[in-house]
Design a protein around this ligand. Structure first.
Ligand code: IPE
Ligand code: IPE
Ligand code: MG
Length: 246
């Protein structure tokens, strides 16, 4: 429980965000898509800082999907440079806020300059004990699950595990999120109602929050609205409402 703007709210432990709508926001003001990505990067900074100050333990931001490689080359290039700039420029603040930065995704197949910048920040923040900020970078949920299946198959073949051992917990331990609790709340901006290959296994019981707000305009006020909405939900996990109240 936490007191936010005089309201007692049940904070989610883990918030995951599909940051969407940068391009459409830019288009609305007759600007290039990159202008939208720049303002989107500022939203990511504001939301991370707010989450940290509220005492949220995990924040996962979907920054670049495996499918995003299909965008025009100059847009991909611009996004990669923004990422590098984002981690470099904010490293001091991240450390001051005691935030620990990690990533999930196909890391090996990212450009070397992106990996160098991210590696530096991950290393520098690894002992921080506040917010765990997880950037989903070159991430795809089907890719992640197929890798898990391949590794499970190998471990069965090498007699490290038995087929009978394969259940929920074991499977989750083969995912990139193995040390991270499942998201309690998923936020998607920009009025799209889809998951876009994000955390398909992990979102099984998450509360979903969709807003028409474009990501560059999603700031503290909009985040609070999402958190308040979440805090009024009843999570039943298959049970009845009456059972939960008893
Ligand atoms: C989200 O905004 C940023 C990324 C996917 C990297 P978009 O770039 O998808 O913006 P729209 O959806 O085209 O408006
Ligand atoms: C999802 O947004 C990926 C990220 C936010 C990084 P997209 O804009 O790529 O999603 P789709 O393809 O429109 O579903
Ligand atoms: Mg989009």
């Amino acid at each position: 429980m936490s007191i936010v703007e005089n309201k007692i709210i049940n904070l989610p432990e883990h918030v995951a965000v599909i940051m969407d709508g940068n391009g459409r926001w830019a288009k609305l003001q007759n600007k290039e898509r990159f202008f939208g990505h720049q303002h989107g990067a500022e939203s990511a900074r504001v939301i991370s800082e707010t989450a940290s100050k509220l005492g949220i333990k995990y924040l996962t931001l979907y920054a670049f999907s495996k499918e995003n490689w299909n965008r025009p080359k100059d847009e991909v290039f611009g996004l990669m440079n923004l990422l590098i700039q984002g981690v470099n420029d904010n490293l001091d603040t991240i450390n001051k806020l005691n935030i620990k930065l990690t990533t999930i995704g196909d890391y090996e197949n990212l450009p070397e300059n992106v990996r160098d910048a991210v590696d530096k920040s991950v290393k520098s923040t690894k002992n921080n004990s506040g917010l765990n900020l997880i950037i989903a970078l070159n991430y795809g949920s089907r890719w992640e699950m197929i890798n898990a299946v391949k590794n499970i198959a190998l471990d069965v073949k090498n007699n490290k595990i038995k087929v009978e051992d394969i259940e929920d917990e074991l499977f989750a331990n083969y995912l990139l999120t193995k040390d991270i609790p499942d998201p309690d709340l998923l936020i998607r901006t920009s009025g799209e109602f889809r998951i876009s290959n994000f955390l398909l296994w992990q979102l099984s019981y998450s509360e979903l929050y969709f807003t028409s707000c474009y990501w560059p305009e999603f700031r503290e006020e909009q985040f609070m609205a999402a958190l308040l909405d979440y805090s009024n939900r009843e999570r039943r996990f298959g049970k009845t409402s009456k059972q939960l109240k008893n």
